[in-house]
Ligand binder design. Sequence first.
Ligand code: IPE
Ligand code: IPE
Ligand code: MG
Length: 231
Amino acid sequence: MEENLKIPQHVSIIMDGNGRWATSHGKPRLFGHKEGAESLRACMQFAVEMQIKYLSIFAFSTENWGRPEEEIQGLWSLLLESINKETSYMIENHVRFRVVGNLEELPEYLRIAIHDAEEATAACTGSVLVVMLNYSGKWDIVQAANRFAEENPGKKMEWADMDRYLATAGIPDPDLLIRTSGEERISNYMLWQTAYTEFYFTDCLWPDFRKPEFRLALEAYSRRKRRFGKL
Ligand code: IPE
Ligand code: IPE
Ligand code: MG
């Protein structure tokens, strides 16, 4: 199988099912998010091993603000802890860290930690870990359209302009999008960028999604025939 594995340039993951995983273990939801952080670490290592250039992950959607304050604060603490813990690993493994989303709405201490980790890994030329944070596809398209209009008065937007003004500018569109936990929807994630992405859905809950499950997704991707509208 190994030799037939096609390695996508960009794998994106909607990490879903942390809450249900915690409930099934009789634990509070935050326990599931903590275990989910371990899955992310394992998947990042696998991406490095497999030389996947971009691994992006949906960490917090603009709609997730509708969750209880306690859960949101818990997610910020966990993110801060993960950044502090993983930055040296990323540098050692040449992983560049990037965060994409509406960062203005995040607490300042988190913005500073994100900025510092991005700076610390800016020269890394291996894989890129892109954390999609306070992100939504509709937010991205509207901010891109507004910025384009401001900077190009009277001009009509072309497809390529959209690519340049999206918050994900410079990152190739995902080749493979994985969603865990059995949900089969896009939940306002990268709407424009997934125009020709291959989708892979698994019932596996995110805290249980580790290297073997990631490998299965790559194997499924390798069997796909991407046609892009051609024959
Ligand atoms: C995904 O797991 C993590 C985030 C959205 C932050 P959930 O928290 O959505 O877990 P479920 O879907 O409730 O099980
Ligand atoms: C999508 O998961 C968002 C993230 C993984 C960050 P949700 O759990 O928020 O999605 P819905 O509400 O089930 O569509
Ligand atoms: Mg969910």
